[in-house]
Design a protein around this ligand. Sequence first.
Ligand code: BDR
Ligand code: CA
Length: 316
Amino acid sequence: MSPLTVIFDCDPGVDDGVALLLAFAARDALKVLGITTVAGNVSAKLTARNAGVLREIALREDVPIYAGCERPLKRSPIEAGHFHGESGLGDLPLFEPRHAVEAEHAVDWLIQTLLAAPARSIALVATGPLTNVATALLREPSITNAIREIAIMGGARSEGGNITASAEYNIYADPHAAQVVFATDVEIVAFGLDVTHQVRATPERIDTIARLGNPSAVATANLLTFATYLPANSPAAQGAPLHDPCPIAWLIEPALFEFRRCHIEVETESTLTAGHTAVEFRADVAPHQNVRWGVRANAAGIFDLLHRKLAQSGKA
Ligand code: BDR
Ligand code: CA
C-alpha cells in the first residue's frame, strides 16, 4: 500500500517528540508533507526549534517545518513547562538545528497546501492546542474538502481531566479553537485521556526501545524516561501515559484502537470547566456525530509498533 499523506501539527513537548520520531521513522506508512508547530507546552519559538531538533536526530530534513500561532484564539497562554521541562524536551541534550524552519507561517502553508490537494487526500494530525487548525478553518473553510480526517490528541471524559477536574491540556489551552474544529463537518478521530491513559511507557518498554541503539530510539527512550520519573506520573512502574503517539500509531495501524461515534461540544465560558469536552453518544440528542471517540487501546501492540518503526529509523 502506498504511504498515507499526513500533515502533523504539534507543540513539542516530550510526547509530541516521541510522536514525531515515530512519524519520521515510519516512511513506509506515512508521507509527512510538513510539520506545523504551535504555542502550547512551551512558546511557539521553542516548539518550532524542538521540531527542528527531532527532525535532525531522525535524519528527516526533507520534511519542512512551519512555525505557527504564538497565542490561543482568545484566552491567555497556558504553558506546561512544569511537565515537559524548560526546553519542552525534558532533559534531551539540545543543539541549534542545522536547518532553519521555513519562512512561511504555518497557517498560510496549511491553507495553500490543502486548497491545492485532491479531495479527502490528507490526514491532519494535531497533538497540541488547536489554534493553527482553527485559524486555518476560520480563514478558509473550504480547506475541509482536502482533509480525510483530523486525528486529534485531546479531550477527556471518563478519566477526568489532567489540568482541571474535567479538562485535558490541549483543549484547555485553547478551548475556542477546539470548539471551531469539533463543529466542522470533517471526520474527527479523538484520542482523549480515556484512551491515552491506557498506553503506559513502563521502564521495561523503554528499555526495549533504548536497546535498539539508533539515535531516534535513544532519543525516544530519553524522552519517555523523563516523563516516567515526573512526580505527577508516580509510581514510575506504571509508566507515563503515551498521549501524542496514539494518533500516529492509529494512522499506521487502525486496528490498535476502538472507538464510539459521538458529537463533541467544548466548554469555552465557565471558569470552573473551561476546556471540558462534552461527549454525546446519543445520536437522537446530537445528530452531528462527526467524531470517533477513542475508548480502548492495545498498549502492547502500540509499543510493538513503536519498536518496529524506530528500528527502521535512519534507513531510506
Ligand atoms: C497533552 O498535553 C500536552 O502537555 C501533551 O503534549 C499532550 O499533547 C496531554 O494532555
Ligand atoms: Ca502535545
